[in-house]
Design a protein around this ligand. Structure first.
Ligand code: NDP
Ligand code: 8X3
Length: 250
């Protein structure tokens, strides 16, 4: 299978690319950092095609796809994984540019890739779109404001795609992970403050990017007649916290 992964230069995307290549698939690995993609290509070989793509530059996407080599033209699986959280401040202290970048990447980028690739899947009556959402798309938390809202979009967009794809064999899944250590997610969220990022994962056993790579591979290799609509996964140590009350005087 040919699998296009956005955000293949790190984290979940890289972990999935490694597993897919081992499993005999071809990967179109997209991200902004070519040095990271080239380093992966050196290890993974010719079945991994590095492609520079900034998903937030939505106008550039059709031409990048048109320029793919012949053997990578048919995209059997699209993994919309590129995304980021920026900041953990409450809304009244947040940076507007951070909010805009999250929407441009997590929402508009994901939409643009889907818009460019889905028609060919429908025409072939075969294909699979996996969107990487988050628990933040379902469960509000302090400082989650726009990040959580982008992932709520991803969830509802995924479900609405399922509705539109009635009668076709094209599958759609929204994967909704909770806390995952060892990727660049928190380093990006804390704008490069790596000590603060490390504290997020202190003192408990989180999931790893490899765990998520395993789950994504399982989804991709699952039988074509089964559609996993939503899949929420968390470390055992993480759970629901209940609603919060600010008592007078506290
Ligand atoms: P990482 O920061 O490790 O990886 C993010 C990837 O996205 C990188 O490859 C980065 O590549 C790419 N990316 C970011 N912006 C763009 C862009 N504009 N265009 C193209 N690629 C881009 O994060 P994770 O692997 O942890 O996260 C992957 C996805 O999973 C994200 O959507 C995130 O929101 C979601 N998620 C993460 C969780 C976690 O706890 N880690 C939990 C739940 C969901 P480059 O910088 O080279 O462009
Ligand atoms: C990432 C998970 O809990 O940091 O999407 O929002 S969380």
């Amino acid at each position: 299978m040919n699998v296009l992964i956005t955000g293949a230069s790190a984290g979940f995307g890289q972990a999935l690319a490694e597993r897919l290549i081992t499993g005999g698939h071809q990967v179109i690995g997209c991200a902004r950092r070519l040095d990271k993609l080239n380093a992966l290509a050196d290890t993974l070989g010719e079945a991994f095609l590095p492609v520079v793509m900034d998903v937030s530059d939505t106008a550039s996407i059709p031409q990048i796809l048109a320029d793919l080599p012949e053997s990578f033209q048919q995209i059997d699986v699209l993994v919309n994984n590129a995304g980021l959280a920026l900041g953990t401040e409450p809304a009244h202290e947040a940076n507007l540019d951070d909010w805009m970048q999250m929407i441009d990447t997590n929402v508009k980028g994901l939409m643009a890739l889907t818009h460019a690739i889905l028609p060919a899947m429908v025409a072939r009556d075969s294909g699979y779109i996996i969107n990487v959402g988050s628990i933040a798309g379902s469960w509000p938390y302090y400082g989650g404001n726009v990040y959580g809202a982008t992932k709520a979009f991803v969830k509802q967009f995924s479900l609405n795609l399922r509705a539109d794809l009635l009668g076709t064999q094209v599958r759609v899944t929204n994967l909704e992970p909770g806390n995952v250590a060892g990727t660049e997610f928190s380093n990006v969220r804390y704008h490069g403050d790596n000590d603060k990022a490390a504290q997020v994962y202190d003192g408990f056993k989180s999931m790893s990017g490899g765990d998520i790579g395993d789950i994504l591979l399982w989804l991709i290799e699952s039988p074509a007649h089964i559609n996993v609509n939503r899949l929420e996964v968390m470390p055992v140590a993480q759970t629901y916290n209940g609603l919060t009350i600010a008592k007078q005087g506290e």
